[in-house]
Structures are given as C-alpha cells and as structure tokens.
Design a protein around this ligand. Structure first.
Ligand SMILES: [Cu+2]
Length: 252
C-alpha cells in the first residue's frame, strides 16, 4: 500500500520573505552605494585599460546582490555586505597608495569610492540586516554625499597645484600616454629623461632594483637623471593593474 504523504505546506522562510519596496529604509542606500562603487570599478578598469580580477569579481557579485534585493532581501544584504567588506580589505592593500595622490583625479577618486564607498556600504548592510531606524539611513546618505563632495574638491585643488618640470635642451623626451611607455628608450649614461605623463592617472617610471623610480602624477612631467651602468634594463610601472606597462631602457 502506498503511503505517499502530501507535501507539507510551504513554510515562509523566517526573516527572508520578500519585503515590500521601501519597507527596509537601508536597502536603497545599500543598493546605491554598492552599485555606484561597482560602476566606478568598471569605468576605472575601462580607462586604464586593464582587467583587475578582484574588482571584476566584485562587480559580478554586486550585480547578483542587487538582482536579489527584491525577492531575497536578507540574502542580498549578505552578498552585498560580504562583497563590500572583502573588497574593502583588498582595496586598502591595492588602492590606498592612490589616496596619497589627490592630484591624480581618476586614481584618487576611484580609491575614495572603492574604500570609503565600500566602508559605507558595509554600514548600510549592517543597518539593513538589523533593520535599524530610518534616521540612520538618512544620516548615512548625507555622509556619503558630503564625503563625495569633499573628495572632488580636494582632488580639484590638488590637480591645480601639481607642478610640471619643463624639459631642458639635452633631455631625452619620454612620453607616457594611453598607459604605454615608448617600447625602447636609448640614453647615454648620465643623461636626463624628461618623463611626460599625459594620462589622467598616475604612473611610475621604475627600473626594478635600482634607484631609478620616478612617481608621475596625472598630467605632469618630471626629469630624471639616468645614473646606471651601461646595459639594457626593464622599465615597469609599479601601479597595481598597470602590469602591462613595460619598456626597455638602453643605457650606453
Ligand atoms: Cu602606470
């Protein structure tokens, strides 16, 4: 005799029922912060151009989290909160050097977004999880707007104040543009390079394991004497995500 039991009635999943939009006041700031930060990552990677794996993974997870907000808000809060927290920690390691260079607007504003924006997203996720009072969500939104305005203002002033070093007659011109060095650079020992960074991001002109390591803020130029023994040297840009920037420096 068959004893097939009827399926038990569907139980509502405690704490994970779809909320009516607007019920949890923290979901909107959480979605907005996570979405804006992810958009910033996409624009940043497109500009360099280079795919930075942790940022790309974060963009995908953020889209998944945002897609889940309506139907599974608790799951979405966890996905967005954990993604933001993980990338906040990674960002502090990878991008914090850009925070010290407000004169390179793209790098600086992206680093502010990636670090401060994610920190605020984590706060929003905690608020959403605990269903904290709406006033806190409004204060968070105000803080985010205030910090964004401050970052833009600081970067604007710093960009205006960055100074260029003009080329002198015997300098060897080296133009850095489109995140590319010239393929080969040839100098006599003791000659000076005029390194002209025409990009809106920061680069470095670095010969590993030597003293030749020049910081090149966005749209600035710097002079650097080449005091290396004759030979052939690899040049790199040591900014994370700029691993494709290489050149050969020939010293005669
Ligand atoms: Cu670079």
């Amino acid at each position: 005799m068959s004893t097939t039991l009827p399926d038990p009635p569907a139980q509502p999943v405690v704490g994970d029922r779809p909320d009516r939009p607007g019920k949890n006041p923290w979901l909107t700031p959480l979605k907005a912060l996570a979405g804006i930060v992810a958009l910033g990552d996409v624009v940043f990677m497109a500009l360099i151009p280079s795919l930075i794996p942790p940022l790309a993974a974060g963009v995908v997870l953020t889209l998944v989290g945002i897609a889940l907000v309506r139907r599974r808000p608790r799951v979405a809060v966890v996905v967005l909160g954990v993604t933001s927290a993980a990338l906040l920690l990674a960002g502090i390691a990878f991008l914090s050097s850009h925070l010290a260079h407000p004169g390179s607007p793209v790098d600086f504003l992206h680093a502010v977004l990636a670090i401060v924006g994610r920190a605020l997203a984590v706060v929003a996720a905690v608020g959403a999880w605990r269903r904290a009072a709406a006033a806190g969500a409004r204060r968070l939104a105000a803080a985010a707007l205030g910090l964004a305005g401050l970052a833009v203002a600081v970067s604007g002033v710093a960009t205006l104040l960055t100074e260029d070093e003009a080329a002198r007659d015997d300098d060897i011109p080296v133009v850095v543009a489109g995140s590319q060095f010239p393929a080969a650079i040839v100098v006599e020992q003791g000659q000076t390079l005029h390194l002209d960074n025409q990009d809106v991001f920061r680069h470095t002109f670095t010969v590993p394991d030597t003293t030749l390591d020049v910081d090149l803020p966005a749209t600035t130029a710097a002079r650097a004497i080449v005091d290396l023994p004759p030979g052939s040297y690899d040049v790199i840009c040591d900014i994370p995500g700029h691993e494709h920037m290489t050149a050969v420096l020939e010293v005669r």
